[in-house]
Ligand binder design. Structure first.
Ligand code: 13P
Length: 287
């Protein structure tokens, strides 16, 4: 059931768990995530980066596919179709295309410009029934060619952005996209606690969910994190399962080259990763 992310995240914050936001790249990804959420009776967010949107030939294609698949699979758990790290233009395009939720990432602007653009998009998104995520303090690592240094957000700036009426707030707390380096210092819980205190009921978003150990995930949830983004981990499990299939020569036997067979182990691996995360985040049976 396609919905915006407002209610599912307000419930998560109140009840002390987090909803997984898993990035999609194609039909297999979307199907694997939707089926797993349904099987686990969990709310879920499908994240679409601007790069993935382009890859799938545009946000309209993505919205049409997700809507149709949600119906065809008879999905009854709440599903939000969410733009991930949107630009100002990308956010507007997704509102038009039929997404149910957007993220405007203005973290690379100075705070005044981030506030001004976020304010405008909050009004536009809400007027069309979409939820909106904003960001303060860049998330480190590389995503779609955009590299940011992984800042730690200023709690006062977080409060200023939260006051604009957004539905969820992403704040940098030393988290990065992609694999964590061996010498990673870990999440900055002192800052997270201050941000949580400064923003009240606001569901907080933890980006860069790949590779964060379960104890840190649980602590982050206890300090107000209600949405956790995972992308790379599904890519890694898909790639490993596909590699295994091909290295075992299975594509060379019978009709093993049929894409419906060739991509099946990877899709199954995505389902296992998503299931593991839903269990870790505590959102199973919270639909
Ligand atoms: P990872 O690729 O590190 O899981 O991060 C995903 C993310 O934060 C998407 O916005």
């Amino acid at each position: 059931m396609l919905v915006n992310a407002k209610e599912m995240l307000a419930k998560a914050k109140k009840e002390g768990y987090a909803v997984g936001a898993f990035n999609i790249n194609n039909l297999e990804w979307t199907k694997a995530i939707l089926e797993t959420a349904q099987e686990m009776n969990s709310p879920v967010i499908l994240g679409v980066s601007e790069g993935a949107g382009k890859y799938m030939t545009g946000f309209k294609t993505v919205a049409a596919m997700v809507k149709a698949m949600d119906e065809s699979l008879g999905i009854t758990v709440p599903v939000a179709l969410h733009l991930d790290h949107g630009s100002y233009e990308g956010a507007k395009a997704c509102i038009e295309a039929g997404f149910t939720s957007i993220m405007f990432d203005g973290s690379h602007y100075d705070i005044e410009e981030n506030v001004a653009k976020t304010r405008e998009l909050v009004e536009l998104a809400h007027s069309k029934g979409l939820s909106i995520e904003a960001e303060v303090g860049g998330i480190g690592g590389e995503e779609d060619g955009v590299v940011s240094n992984g800042e730690v957000a200023d709690p006062r700036e977080c409060a200023a952005i939260a006051a604009l009426g957004i539905d969820m707030l992403a704040a940098g707390i030393g988290n990065i996209h992609g694999k964590y380096p061996a010498n990673w210092a870990g999440l900055d819980f002192v800052t997270l606690e201050k941000i949580n205190a400064a923003t009240g009921d606001m569901p907080l978003v933890l980006h860069g969910g790949t590779g964060i150990p379960a104890d840190m995930i649980k602590k982050a949830i206890s300090l107000g994190v209600s949405k956790i983004n995972v992308n790379t981990e599904c890519q890694l499990s898909f790639a490993a399962a596909t590699r295994e299939y091909i290295e075992a020569g299975k594509d060379l036997r019978g009709k093993g080259y049929d894409p419906r067979k060739l991509l099946a182990p990877g899709a199954k691996a995505i389902k296992e990763t998503v299931k593991e995360k839903i269990e870790m985040f505590g959102s199973a049976n919270k639909a």
